[in-house]
Design a protein around this ligand. Structure first.
Ligand code: 5AD
Ligand code: FES
Length: 348
């Protein structure tokens, strides 16, 4: 009964206290999860109906100057086969994507100094000129306020930068000491101030994560009010210090998707590729738990296997068109529909 009351309160007030969140997560069961998902679906349907938005992910560089312990493209991974896409290759991905109905392009990459601010701004403004009806999302890590402003003025409207964990001590167990949670958060606040639609998020079940860490993540998300929240299970990569660590679970990821939908009912929440990697129907289950976005890959087939953040990533052997059709089938199979739309956030 306590659990049902908590979920009702969360659904009514879109908020819970620290202790209540902790209790809810700690005492979750199959039955309470089902009840949570029902409430989460109601909230997502109220805001977004049965629409699922798609984002075309263009992984344009796997060079990275950082050394995050969890990530397969960390700079110390000598086994990573590095690549960079040219502007022309990126534009080709957009052309293919546009034909397939994509109206958002996400340019994602490691923190790669090769792409100076002027190069990024030029790529962004060319895409914007060619496809004025599309949204451009950047996901290229931490840069200065001025850089972010330049990209915004060039036409980028959205930015994804997961905070990774909102707990200071946990942050230092996932990252080398040159990276700080403080700077990460500052970047997020800068992006918001400039006017971006901003996405933050974290990995579920990353090494050393506790329920307290997760509660801090949820409280940070509630306070920051991002337009988008990306969460997916941690999955170990064989060439990182976290090789052999257990992956995050489907069950906990789904439960947290449900909570986040109710904390921020109007937000855009992807059913991530990592979720699809740990379970064959992970993305469908993610949508049924409250997610409303999918982000299939538009990267050229010959580089896909090289953007390996974690082991066994799905869709690395498929063409963009195959993923588009596959996802459409999957989404329709659960009674939702994949739409041709920019899919902007509705509540801000
Ligand atoms: N498992 C799951 N997600 C990962 N990411 C990076 N490495 C992994 C991993 N091993 C996530 C991070 C990053 C996003 C692009 O991918 O949260 O922000
Ligand atoms: Fe890529 Fe199904 S989404 S093959």
């Amino acid at each position: 009964m306590i659990m049902i009351n908590l979920i009702d309160k969360l659904s009514r007030e879109n908020n819970l206290t620290r202790d209540e969140l902790h209790f809810l997560i700690e005492n979750r069961t199959k039955e309470t999860a089902e009840y949570l998902f029902e409430k989460a679906r109601q909230a997502r349907i109220q805001n977004y109906g049965y629409d699922v938005y798609m984002r075309g992910l263009i992984e344009f560089t796997n060079y990275c100057k950082n050394d995050c312990y969890y990530c397969g493209i960390r700079k110390s991974n000598r086994n990573a086969d590095r690549y960079r896409l040219t502007k022309e290759q990126i534009l080709h991905c957009c052309a293919v994507g546009y034909e397939l109905g994509f109206r958002t392009f996400v340019l994602q990459g490691g923190e790669d100094g090769y792409y100076r601010d002027d190069i990024i701004a030029d790529i962004v403004s060319t895409i914007k000129t060619n496809y004025p009806d599309c949204a451009i999302t950047l996901s290229i890590g931490e840069r200065s306020y001025e850089s972010y402003k330049l990209f915004f003025e060039a036409g980028a409207e959205r930015y994804l930068l997961r905070h990774e964990t909102a707990n200071l001590e946990h942050y230092s167990k996932l990252h080398p000491s040159n990276l700080s949670l403080e700077n990460r958060k500052q970047c997020l606040y800068n992006l918001k101030e400039i006017g971006y639609q901003v996405g933050c998020g974290f990995m579920v079940g990353s090494p050393f994560q506790t329920i307290d860490c997760i509660v801090e993540d949820l409280l940070f998300i509630k306070e920051f009010r991002p337009h988008m929240v990306g969460i997916g299970p941690f999955i170990p990569h064989k060439d990182t210090p976290f090789e052999g660590k257990p992956a995050g679970t489907l069950e906990l990821t789904l439960f947290l998707l449900g909570i986040i939908r109710l904390l921020l009912p109007g937000s855009l929440i992807p059913a991530t590729t990592a979720l699809g990697t740990i379970h064959p129907r992970g993305r469908e289950l993610g949508i049924l738990a409250g997610a409303n976005v999918v982000m299939p890959n538009l990267s050229p087939a010959d580089v896909r296997k090289k953007y390996m953040l974690y082991d066994n990533k799905i869709c690395t052997g498929d063409e963009a068109a195959e993923c588009r059709m596959c996802l459409q089938r999957r989404i329709e199979s659960i009674g939702y529909r994949l739409v041709v739309s920019r899919g902007d956030c509705k509540y801000i």
